[in-house]
Ligand binder design. Structure first.
Ligand code: GAL
Length: 407
């Protein structure tokens, strides 16, 4: 395992691998290639995330069928000691194949599962985006399940809207008055300046106050002090929210904020480095790729600065940086080596909606420019090659082509 960590660090430090290494790595980890498990089957864990526990890595994700994106089995899990050889284990969270009325009945939509270990309870907690069977994307629920062992089996706990009846944290009286004056029925036409202004003030947060906030694309982040946060696309996918979880990680505490109102962010991925929390998100174009966005904050409760441009750079004609190399983020995973150094890996999905099970993966080590700003260069394979383009600050060069960003 140490060898793999060193390789990753070498990659991030832009040192060349030996030809022998490159050959093995090319065979197994070409970005967007087939990534076979130890049985030779393409890994089926989309919109997923890693958990490191007991010196092993567990990769959880959506187990997709070819013809539908609905969940026919549930959340898959693979285990590896070296990030290279992935063994498939029994389904981590199985959909309910008997009870049609279960929220996780076979045929529901169960997306972007993320698992964290709760030190306080000694349990493993999985959060996911849940849509009820036959109801499209209307329910927008946050689902949670729990297990005694990292690989599961996970027992479904509940699925619900978030923080019903509770206002976002830190609103002034004037903000609250402005929000309570809004009524979604007064804004039948979307995308007008008047509507945008109302969205910023919390039009949909207000609409959903009683029943709870919508929760779609999501992430779970455990901070250094053990506090866990749920980050999710809310308010009709127009605004992200960050909500604190209870000490057992099974519920929301009621403390939450709205981030980048009206920016239409999806696929939130978060990490902490150099005194900032960094959020890398996508735009909102379904399975089609778009340009990533970057935000940062000194405190998780904000203020969040952004939009700080697209951090992707050094793309190719086949893998354009302004389309996140044809992928969409799912998690930023901190990979620590024995010396305690961390490489942050941007894990992304290349969706294949004509054959969902054939969706591919890109794992890209994050680099920092000399101002400490993260950039995500395209590297042809995860464990080996350095970027083909030399030079640093590639992302800064792109800023001139992105007139609307804040840096
Ligand atoms: C994407 C989202 C995916 C999935 C898809 C459905 O934007 O990130 O997780 O929900 O839309 O169209």
């Amino acid at each position: 395992m140490k060898r793999i960590f060193s390789l990753l660090l070498l990659a991030s430090l832009a040192l060349s691998p030996t030809p022998a290494m490159a050959q093995t790595q090319n065979a197994r980890f070409v970005q967007g290639g087939i990534w076979p498990d130890t049985d030779g089957h393409h890994i089926n864990a989309h919109g997923g995330g890693l958990l490191e526990y007991g010196g092993r890595f567990y990769w959880f994700g959506e187990e997709k069928a070819s013809h539908t994106s609905s969940a026919l089995t549930g959340v898959s899990v693979y285990v590896s000691d070296n990030l290279r050889d992935w063994q498939k284990l029994p389904t981590a969270l199985a959909v309910d194949t008997v009870d049609e009325t279960s929220p996780i009945a076979r045929g529901c939509t169960l997306e972007r599962p993320k698992v964290v270990f709760c030190e306080r309870t000694g349990k493993f907690v999985m959060w996911f985006h849940l849509e009820l069977k036959g109801q499209g994307y209307g329910a927008a629920l946050a689902g949670v399940a729990q297990a005694d062992r990292p690989e599961g089996p996970y027992r479904f706990v509940r699925a619900e809207r978030v923080n019903a009846g509770i206002l976002p944290f830190g609103m002034s009286d004037a903000d609250i008055d402005a929000m309570f004056a809004l009524n979604a029925a007064d804004y039948p036409d979307w995308w007008t300046p008047k509507w945008r202004d109302a969205v910023g003030k919390g039009l949909f947060c207000r609409r959903d106050l009683k029943g709870g906030q919508m929760a779609r694309d999501q992430q779970i982040y455990v901070d250094d002090d053990g506090t866990a946060y749920h980050i999710y696309s809310s308010e009709e996918n127009l605004t992200l929210q960050i909500a604190e979880l209870t000490p057992d990680y099974l519920s929301h505490t009621g403390k939450y904020i709205r981030v980048a109102p009206g920016h239409q962010n999806e696929a939130p991925c978060i990490f902490r480095h150099g005194g900032y929390y960094w959020l890398v998100c996508s735009g909102c174009t379904g399975w089609a790729p778009n340009a990533a966005r970057l935000y940062r904050a000194r405190s998780i409760w904000g203020p969040w600065e952004g939009n700080l441009c697209n951090p992707c750079c050094e793309g190719t004609a086949e893998r354009p940086a302004d389309k996140t190399f044809l992928a969409q983020g799912t998690q930023i995973f901190p990979l620590r080596n024995a010396a305690g150094d961390t490489t942050f890996v941007f894990m992304a999905d290349e969706w294949h909606p004509k054959n969902h099970a054939d969706g591919r993966y890109l794992w890209l080590p994050i680099r920092f420019d000399d101002e400490g700003i993260p950039e995500i260069p395209f590297t042809p394979d995860f464990l080996g090659h350095r970027s083909q383009v030399t030079g640093h600050n590639c992302w800064r060069l792109l800023r001139s082509a992105q007139p609307n960003c804040d840096l």
